[in-house]
Design a protein around this ligand. Structure first.
Ligand code: ADP
Length: 174
């Protein structure tokens, strides 16, 4: 029995994450989506909100379950008895980061393997940052996130004043 975790911040979950999770569920007996549940400095959604959106996404999936975690990913692997960490790779710049993380995790826990799945062509450009930025500018995100995530984004940005909304968002406006 091989149990894998798919860790990340999922702020918020989008179709790129969903694709990787579903593909991992075809490879492993159990996949736990591990949502980093400490408050993150630039996060839009609270840990509870991020967990709830991931939960809603996979509510009918028998192989995929959801857990929050904080602390080291390899410690969480030990806690839940997972042998594999799944990550997604989009572009070359992801590779360097993932490569370093995988080596560090292997150093800490040689019995845990990291497996990286290459993104599907349609999702190459998708990241939570891009989704948040487009949503904050009232762009169309329907092809990027499930409808309930789009709604949560609309509600978040609807309540936010422009000054807060504009912080750290500059790349898609020109
Ligand atoms: P992080 O917090 O490390 O930035 P995220 O929470 O955004 O990660 O994503 C979790 C995992 O999903 C990471 O391995 C990331 O590379 C992967 N991922 C994010 N977007 C995509 C995508 N469009 N296609 C494939 N994998 C992706």
């Amino acid at each position: 029995m091989v149990r894998a975790i798919f860790p990340g911040s999922f702020d918020p979950i989008h179709y790129g994450h969903i694709d990787i999770a579903l593909r991992a569920a075809r490879l492993f007996d159990e996949v736990i989506i591990a949502v980093y549940d400490r408050p993150l400095k630039n996060a839009l959604f609270s840990p509870e909100e991020r967990l709830a959106l991931v939960h809603q996404t996979f509510v009918d999936n028998k192989i995929i379950s959801i857990r929050g975690y904080s602390g080291l990913t390899v410690e969480f692997c030990r806690e839940v008895g997972a042998q594999v960490v799944v990550r997604g790779l989009r572009v070359f710049s992801d590779f360097e980061h993932e490569f370093r993380m995988a080596l560090a995790n292997h150093h800490l826990a040689p019995d845990v393997e990291t497996i990286a799945l290459i993104t599907s062509e349609d999702h190459t450009f998708l990241s939570s940052t891009t989704v948040r930025e487009i949503a904050s500018l009232n762009g169309d995100i329907r092809a990027m996130v499930p409808p309930f995530v789009a709604k949560a984004l609309q509600e978040k940005y609807g309540d936010m004043d422009d000054q807060i909304k504009n912080q750290s968002m500059t790349s898609l406006r020109d």
